[in-house]
Design a protein around this ligand. Sequence first.
Ligand SMILES: Cc1cc2nc3c(=O)[nH]c(=O)nc-3n(C[C@H](O)[C@H](O)[C@H](O)COP(=O)(O)OP(=O)(O)OC[C@H]3O[C@@H](n4cnc5c(N)ncnc54)[C@H](O)[C@@H]3O)c2cc1C
Length: 640
Amino acid sequence: MQLARILLATSLSLTPVVAVTVAQAPQANPDTTGLVLVEAESFAATGGWVVDQQFMDFMGSPYLLAHGLGIPVQDAHTDVAFAQPGRYRVWVRTRDWVAPWQAPGAPGRFELQLNGRTLKTTFGTEGADWHWQDGGVVDATASTKLTMHDLCGFEGRCDAILFSKDLSFQPPHGGGELAELRGKLLGWDREPKDGGSFDLVVVGGGIAGTTAAITAARLGCKVALIQDRPVLGGNGSSEVRVWPEGHTNHEPYPHIGDVVRELVRKKGKGDGNARNRQIYNDHRKLNLARKEPNLTLLLEHRANGSVHEQGHIRAVRAQHTRSGRRQLVRGRWFLDATGDGVIGALVGADFEMTQLGHMGVSNLWNVGEVEKNEYQLLCECEDDDPMSLNFVKSDTPAPFPRCPWAVDLSDKPFPGRKALKLGKRSMANLSQLGGWFWETGFDRHPITDLERMRDQNLRAMYGAWDALKNVDGQYPNQRLKWAAFIAGKRESRRLLGDVIVTGKDFHDLKPFDDAAFPCTWHIDLHFPKAQFQKGHEGDEFISDFTRGKGYNYKGPYWAPYRALYSRNIDNLFMAGRDISVTHEALGAVRVMQTCGMMGEIVGMAASLCKQHDCNPRAIYKEHLAELKRLMKRGAGQQKK
Ligand SMILES: Cc1cc2nc3c(=O)[nH]c(=O)nc-3n(C[C@H](O)[C@H](O)[C@H](O)COP(=O)(O)OP(=O)(O)OC[C@H]3O[C@@H](n4cnc5c(N)ncnc54)[C@H](O)[C@@H]3O)c2cc1C
């Protein structure tokens, strides 16, 4: 097949953004067009602003977010080279992030400084949608220092800054036209560079992708692992802080789970959700992956394009989330471990997605004593004591502003709102704040509405803390300590394989001859909790879960290998929460250690694909006995 005949697909048909190389100051911008575009995420120093890549497939670019929990974050700055110094109109791409709720106050306000002079406009104050806000006319020097100055610490956001010599020029607000402009100004209309050729290309570095990549590499495959964050682990990383559950190492394949065990230690005292960052062991995962000589790790790369022909993938395009550099990563087999079925959607894999009444997203959070405020001021927004939920009494007041733009919980119930006294009782209530059940978006589109869902989680957190401190007068000396800005996702696309595992299969304990990974979690589905629904219909933020009769089964239940490869893309595997299951069955398979075991199976199957020069389906049809032999041995490092 001629490469020219192969389709280059991009996510949601919008071309993603590319920015100038990070940390090259002053930045070289070709302004022969009279336009100079600076991507915020490519600022040489991002200060306390964080790079948010979660929505780049449909908004065209990552952006910088001032995630300060109410304390303004440190300035971001960069130097920009102007080949034609002089007068320019400056535009800032931003939005008022609470405008979708018509909420007052514009908490995401920030300023822009040029060579130390603050522009008159305050940004982030208008518009529910991403758009260019006019910053007026400025004088740019050959090397101009740009500084982004956060005013509130409440989730201000900036995508890009554009300078136009033509003072009447109006940049396109979005869509194909903006993508085209970015392409022209930043050079990403050029071909991506060659990112190498691999046996297995794994996209998504959650637990499923990481175990798959390590397993396949150990079994002789040349593997690329593409992950859009700087750490591995997905929801189990320190960025999201969910503790991995599910049981591993069951008969008749007691070594399935050995790689999971290397990545995740056994649960101990103090382990759980939304705790201190160290317990999630990012380094342990990174070190294990880096130790594999056959494994190439592409961190901070988002896979957002593909080269594919009818039912077969040739390559994926990986874009660096700060510099925008793009490379084409070629492979024989691909694994979609993105959780969202991103690669499957790009290449036309069959999938299902529950539109209404699916599980929502959470942004876990916790609170702490005020002495640790200096960490926030340093914009690390982190904690350093081993038990983040330890309630330490402090004498220093920690005022928190009223948040009229947040979910108004002044006179509404929410978990953690009962106790009026400090001490043991309020400890129990503090642990009710920011847990897994602070969840939104049950009826929203899991992919295109994600930013709104994440933002509603943040509005609920700020509203609850405002109510506790400023209405109830509780916790005068405590502060918001940590909150995830990366949304913890549970459910979106489920890619369809030769078998679609159903809830009934679990109830009936339906046996499969290709039984491959043991499931031990009950059918755990989430929905809005009635007790907290009133007044928040459509924007519920507290969930309940299914339990009891009808949701239990006699585990471990061994689910089939055939749910781990696509039924219509011949070289595509799946592992993790985007495998071939129904909404109901997802409730059982989605816990992380189970997802990790799926990854082990895919790694083994990929090694057999290489050995036999065949596709995933042939492993079931022709080489199942060999897969089972590998499953008996496992891929752990321990000698057997
Ligand atoms: C709040 C919450 C509580 C939960 N509670 C538990 C619990 O207690 N125990 C438990 O075991 N499970 C729990 N779960 C479920 C569990 O976290 C998920 O089902 C599990 O993480 C799925 O693993 P995964 O590897 O498939 O996906 P993820 O963990 O979502 O990882 C996917 C990774 O791929 C990356 N990625 C996505 N798209 C791309 C792309 N295009 N290019 C590059 N990288 C990409 C993402 O950034 C992410 O890091 C919970 C989930 C949530 C949200």
